[in-house]
Design a protein around this ligand. Structure first.
Ligand SMILES: [Zn+2]
Length: 591
């Protein structure tokens, strides 16, 4: 092990890599900029970097390594999802230090924050480019790729001028292509590599802040061809429910579920993190990675108190993984007692249950995000949608996934494009795209256009079918605002959030819990229709009168008698008759 430079710094890493992998190239752009800078940890007292200043003695060998074979969860695989479900994640951690060395907590933190266990991790390289700029990226396997940014543009809505679509034209190893950025898009394979574009500069024009740490025109991430997106065995899907079981806010789509898309709000909260809706108090959250618990509720490890990579609130947990990434889990209704500050958390370990605590607004969800050092040299968001996607694919082996996200926002009378083109089939081919609209209308094709005559929150059903007749569903949420008339305030319809639990593997006769909450109106009630011929069920949520109210949601229970795919609908109208409609897809498996 190198000496003379604090662990986690450029020099320390250079020596470590040179020592351990003399045969490999190493991309120094991923390293820290100086011997003094250790990302994440804030060294208030330099003497604490040395073990002589420490009060706590830990064993590196016991804390850093050893994830092999940790169960992810113990439930049955969901039906029609898990033909190759493994049930556990095989660890693939390279053990560098076989001797247990005494180090202090702050030294361990520096190690964790600055020194990935393997120079191949992360397996991608990120670069920020201005228009016309090109860059060579060097992968750890010795290959090199060249990327150039040719053009970028963003499409904005006419209600808030928020970015709804962003694209870049890039040249990759001499091949030109167009990439869609963020917005539930996955990396493309082009020019012998995989490449994606997490964010472009256009977002900064009216974003509330610059959480991406982006200064240039666009950020690109590049992986070797056919490489996994993250090192196998180091990442799992952090919520124990089906993919898209409820609303999500991801990939820079403006925050919308609880009515926060208001025309008058000029600054947009582009949701750079990964919000995953669930049932308050019931939907379990597990740790996506192994790592060190640096924040638990209001507690924080002293070395991180002023870190730009964290925030502290009573409702959250932040885990620092071996890549030096900070994983945020917020709005938790409960934090599992097994999660303790300063302890090592295992991949897949329980973190807590979904809630609407802290800054959740009016809806129950996990706010999950990843923060890490960005190519700009600033701390920023590590876009995580593709990592969630890959993890879910590995754990649950779905045959089909329908994607009708992100949501849309438009004025009455404007044309809205519904796009199911990001849907996916294991066979590579989707035979049919069938849309069923809230008003009963139907259409076919991956992309369809609609015009809405009345304000409302619409939920348009996308059903995709593969050649074997397998189906999957998703719902395109469309929020339609009434135009202001005579200087009156905007006519904004209610919005609605629905979720159910357990949302992994329902069985005939099993009682499921359904939760709903409407926002922007306290008028009327919610009506559930379960799609199985049973009578409608009427409930009443508080209409988001008190966002943090523990009684905000209305709960009901339902059991489906027979196996099948059920489209559950729930809706509520305000005094003007403007409706908010939500859908859930419940798959009930054979016994
Ligand atoms: Zn969030």
């Amino acid at each position: 092990m190198a000496v003379g430079c604090p662990a986690g710094t450029r020099e320390w890493k250079r020596r470590q890599v040179a020592h351990d992998r003399p045969d490999r190239l190493f991309d120094e752009s991923a390293l820290n900029s100086s011997c003094e800078h250790v990302p994440g940890a804030v060294q208030r007292n330099k003497s604490r970097k040395r073990s002589g200043g420490c009060q706590t003695t830990w064993s590196i060998g016991a804390i850093l390594y050893g994830d092999a074979g940790v169960p992810v969860h113990t439930e049955e695989p969901p039906c029609a999802l898990a033909s190759t479900y493994t049930g556990c994640v095989a660890g693939n951690i390279v053990v560098r230090l076989s001797l247990a060395l005494p180090v202090c907590a702050c030294c361990l933190a520096a190690l964790l924050s600055g020194a990935p266990a393997d120079p191949e991790d992360p397996v991608f390289r990120a670069v920020d480019l201005d228009l016309g700029e090109s860059r060579e990226v060097h992968f750890s396997n010795g290959t090199v790729a060249s990327v150039r940014l040719i053009a970028r543009d963003e499409i904005r809505d006419s209600v808030r001028q928020a970015v709804r679509s962003a694209r870049v034209r890039v040249e990759v190893n001499g091949h030109e292509t167009m990439l869609n950025c963020g917005n539930y898009r996955l990396p493309l394979t082009v020019g012998g590599v995989q490449i994606d574009c997490p964010v472009t500069k256009g977002y900064l024009a009216n974003a509330r802040t610059n959480p991406w740490g982006l200064d240039k025109d666009a950020r690109l991430r590049v992986w070797p061809a056919a490489s996994p997106l993250l090192r196998p065995g180091t990442y799992v899907y952090p919520v124990q429910q089906r993919w898209f079981a409820s609303d999500t806010q991801m990939s820079n789509e403006p925050s919308f579920v609880d009515g926060s898309e208001e025309p008058a709000r000029k600054r947009v909260y582009y949701h750079y993190g990964l919000d995953i809706g669930g049932v308050e108090g019931l939907t379990h959250v597990i740790s996506a990675t192994g790592g060190l618990v640096v924040v638990r509720g209001n507690g924080v490890l002293p070395a991180y108190r002023d870190s730009p990579y964290i925030e502290i609130n009573y409702d959250g947990v932040i885990v620092l993984d071996e890549r030096g990434w900070f994983h945020w889990y917020f709005h938790l209704a409960r934090i599992d007692p097994g999660v303790t500050l300063g302890s090592r958390i295992r991949i897949g370990q329980n973190i807590g249950v979904i809630g609407k605590e802290g800054h959740a607004g009016c809806w129950s969800h996990l706010h999950y995000e990843i923060r890490s050092l960005q190519p700009s040299g600033k701390p920023g968001i590590q876009e995580g949608y593709a990592f969630l996607w890959e993890a879910y694919q590995k754990q649950y082996s779905p045959d089909l996934i329908a994607v009708a996200r992100p949501h849309s926002l438009a004025w009455v009378g404007e044309e809205v494009v519904l796009d199911g083109g990001s849907s996916w089939s294991r066979t590579g081919k989707i035979e049919r795209y069938d849309w069923t609209f809230t008003d009963g209308g139907r259409a076919e094709g991956p992309r369809v256009k609609r015009v809405y005559a009345k304000p409302g929150t619409y939920s348009e059903i996308l059903k995709i079918t593969d050649a074997a007749g397998r189906v999957a569903y998703d719902f395109a949420v469309v929020q339609i605002a009434g135009k202001p008339e005579n200087g009156w305030t905007d006519r904004l319809p209610p919005t609605i959030h629905a979720a159910y639990s357990p949302a992994l593997d329902a069985r005939p006769g099993q009682t499921l819990t359904f939760a709903v909450r409407t926002c922007r109106t306290t008028y009327g009630r919610e009506i559930w229709r379960f799609g199985d011929g049973s009578a409608p069920v009427v409930v009443k949520s508080d209409g988001c009168a008190e966002p943090a109210s523990p009684k905000g949601y209305a709960f009901t229970r339902h059991a489906f008698k027979k196996p099948g795919d059920y489209i559950v609908r729930v809706e509520r109208a305000n005094e003007r008759g403007e409706r908010a409609v939500g859908h859930l897809h419940v798959r009930v498996c054979a016994q």
